[in-house]
Each structure stands twice: as C-alpha cells, then as structure tokens.
Design a protein around this ligand. Sequence first.
Ligand code: ATP
Ligand code: MG
Length: 418
Amino acid sequence: MAVAAHQTTTRHLGAAYPFAAEDGLGDEGVFVGRDLFGGAFVYDPFVLYRSGVLSNPNMVVFGQIGRGKSAFVKTYLWRQSVFGRRAWIVDPKGEYGALARAWGIEPLALRPGGALRLNPLDAPSAEGDPAEVSRRQAELLASVTASTLERPLTPVERTALDLAVADASGRASDPTLPLVVDALLAPSPDAAASVHTDTAQLAAESRHVALELRRLVSGDLQGMFDGPTSKGIDLGGPAVVLDLSAVYHSPALGVLMTCASAWLQAALVGRRSGPVVFVVDEAWAILRSVAVARWLQASWKLSRAWGVANVAVLHRVSDLSSAGAAGSEQVGLSKGLLADSETRVVYAQPPGEASAAAELLGLSSTEEELVVRLGRGVALWKVAGRAFLVRHRLAPAELSLVDTDARMAERAVLSVQA
Ligand SMILES: Nc1ncnc2c1ncn2[C@@H]1O[C@H](COP(=O)(O)OP(=O)(O)OP(=O)(O)O)[C@@H](O)[C@H]1O
Ligand SMILES: [Mg+2]
C-alpha cells in the first residue's frame, strides 16, 4: 500500500525535525567539525555578519568543566589564522602557550611585581575624541572600584573619579593609575570648586574609591597596571596572548581581567588592522560582578564598529545571571549580552541548568533534554536562532595545542613529587 505523500513548508519541517531540516551555514569559513545531522560544519562570523545572517559577530561558549570549550576555541583561532584573522586572547589559566608558540609568539605574562606593565588607561587611538577617551577611562575605573567595593558608587564618588581622571589627564599626556589615585587622595582646589565643595570634603567622600584603586598601585596587586605600558610589546604578529595565570586564584581576577581587556581593546582599536577574534576565556570571572560585566557588555557594543568578533567562554548558562545583584539590572545585563552574541555554542550543562538554559537561550524541549546529555566535544550551536548539533573535530597535529588533560596529569605528578 502506498503511503500518502505529505506536504509541509520548510518552516514547519524545521520545527518538527529541528536538526535534520537544517541546511548548514554555507561553505565559506573555517571547518569546525561534523554536523551530526549533515556533513561538514563550517562557520565564519565575519562572512555571516557581512551577508546579514548574523546581526553581530560575537559568540558565547557555555559548558561544564572539561567538555572541550577551550579546545574548540584554540583550534577555531588556529584555523581562522589561515585566513589572516588575528587572535587577541585573555588567558586566565595560562593554557594558550602551546598555541602561541605554534604562531611563533610568546604569551605576555602578567604577574604582580613582574617585568610587564600594561596601562589600562591607554587611550584607544591618537585621533580619539579626548572627552570620549576620558569618559571611557572613568567608566573603567568606576566599574573596577564598584566591583571590588561590592556596591555601586555613590554620586559623589563617581563625580570625584571623573574629576580625578580629568586632573590626571591634565598633568600627563598618558595618565596612569598612580596619578588618578593621587588626584583622589588629594583633589585639586579647582576640582573641588567645580562641585562647590572643598578639597578635604571631596577627599573624605571619595576615600573608599581611592583606597580600592590604590590596591592596584601599591597593594597586593601592584606592578601590573600601575604605570606606562612596557616598551617593546609586539602587537603585529598573528596573535596576542595575555597570560594571567599568576593571578588566577586572586579574588580580584575579574577586575584584573577587565583591566587587561581594556588595555587590549585600546591597543586593538589604535591599530585598526583587519578582522580580529577577541577571546575572553573563563569570562565567568568577569560576569561574577555586575559592575565589570557592564563594562564588558559596553565594550562588546563598541567593538562591532572595529571588525572584532568577541568570544566569551563560560561554564553554565546561569553564569550570565548569577553576577552580584539580583533583579532587573541583572536580567537586563544577561539579556543584553545574549542579544549581543548571536552565536551560542552550548556544551553539556548540568541537569539543574537545563531549564535556565532553555529559558535564556530559547531552546526547544528537544534541545533542553539534549544539552544535559552531550558528550565531550559535542555542542549544540544556536546561530541566529537556527540549531546545529556539532561534533568538534581535532586534527592529529592540533592535539598538542589543546591537551589540558596532559597538563593536569603533569601537574599532579609534580605535586606528588614535591
Ligand atoms: N573534540 C574533542 N575531541 C577529543 N578530545 C577533546 C575534544 N575537545 C576537547 N578534548 C580534550 O578534552 C580535554 C579538556 O578540554 P578543554 O580544556 O577544552 O575543556 P574546557 O571545556 O575548556 O574545560 P574548563 O572548563 O576546565 O576550561 C583536553 O585535554 C582536550 O584535549
Ligand atoms: Mg577551558
């Protein structure tokens, strides 16, 4: 008996068979792996953005520990570099060294009291609007202090910070953190007069902010962000890797990553040198605090104009909504970051996260069931609302670039021997 033919639209077919009915994202771009319901899976944010498939080139990668997030990111950057795309990476665990050396560069290692200094107040470009530059500098420092104080700044504190940044910029063509801290601890009479108060009152009311920033200048975190940027940093290679592993266990990791990202971003804008993939691995450390998360979001928005595709790596979908404060600001922040990252790569989530993932990412019930069962190296890709199930493929030559298990085993042997 013949089975009656059934006709349906591709839209309805897509809903009934969410993966089987997808027809890929075209063949322009880098190979990621196998689409488990099709052939090769190829992706390029720059191509998809240009052709209007994506309204932004940014990506968020979620996944439990050890599921292959960083391995995917490393090979993705390696494969993108064949097309001349450069990689700028904030590397909190110090695991991009092998990749850096494969590119023929050395990571820039930041540690308290080390040889490398980055000035997070470096201006983005020589021709930048000075008022806009000062506004960004003050915003960065406001985010950093609000994060370490674990509360929003008062209006007086925020104003004092603006005045101190202006004061420091007046005293040096390249203001540094020590100059801003000095200007906060001992405000100028002009600064005080501009807000109808006296210097003692202004200093007293902004003292907490001054002391928090002072930690980066002469406290436990000194020697990384407290002076002019070290000379001779090579930014012209295929990649720039900022290794923050020396402070990975610091409670201030999020703040330090934010300062590092601010410096990287300013250096990047100043160069304007073609498409760049900007990666913040372990970005949950920034999202832990609403204040620095807000800075990250603002920087993503800005970077769209500069040909930058941002990638943030997180553990759980709820990293996006667990930062500091509850309530509407937090919800807005998570939604904003997700709206600004139209490519979401979801590796296995813990069972308790499935419904949060479904809600935040708009997953279907099939996808919701799936994200808790994914094996290592397999991710659900949501690209501009479309879904793909992709097994990331590693070429034998790439294994040494991504093997974090071996590093863990090595460390275990070393600690047993010690
Ligand atoms: N597609 C893959 N095929 C085979 N092995 C893989 C694949 N992806 C990752 N691995 C291996 O799994 C290990 C862990 O991967 P990776 O470091 O990328 O995990 P992660 O998700 O970034 O973990 P963490 O949250 O701890 O940073 C690595 O040693 C890597 O070699
Ligand atoms: Mg990782």
